[in-house]
Design a protein around this ligand. Structure first.
Ligand SMILES: [Zn+2]
Length: 108
């Protein structure tokens, strides 16, 4: 499994904490009514869950962009003294962009 797939798998395993806190808030209001304050630190927990949700979405977007870039920069045809990048020939394979993407795979 490549590093991007590993990241996507971990993202899918992170619980949707924001949804759970929102559900808890609705249930709390249903049980105790609108006048009863939420438990201590509930607002902080909701904010943290919201931040986590945004981070998950941001990371998923970044993974998608890296996949698009990686799909563009692939080994191309042989050109004289080596293989060139299909996207940015005459740069040789791996081009700087492909090399940067490959570094991501080395970080796992
Ligand atoms: Zn390239």
């Amino acid at each position: 499994m490549d590093r991007l797939s590993e990241i996507e798998e971990r993202l899918s395993e992170v619980p949707a904490a924001q949804d759970e806190f929102l559900q808890f808030g609705r249930e709390w209001r249903t049980i105790y009514g609108p006048e009863t304050p939420f438990p201590p630190n509930f607002g902080i927990a909701v904010q943290m869950a919201s931040d986590l949700s945004k981070a998950r979405a941001d990371l998923a977007a970044l993974v998608a962009v890296v996949r698009e870039v990686a799909a563009l920069h692939t080994p191309g045809p042989e050109s004289g003294d080596g293989v060139v990048c299909f996207e940015c020939a005459p740069k040789r394979w791996p081009c700087p962009t492909a090399a940067a993407v490959q570094k991501l795979g080395e970080g796992s």
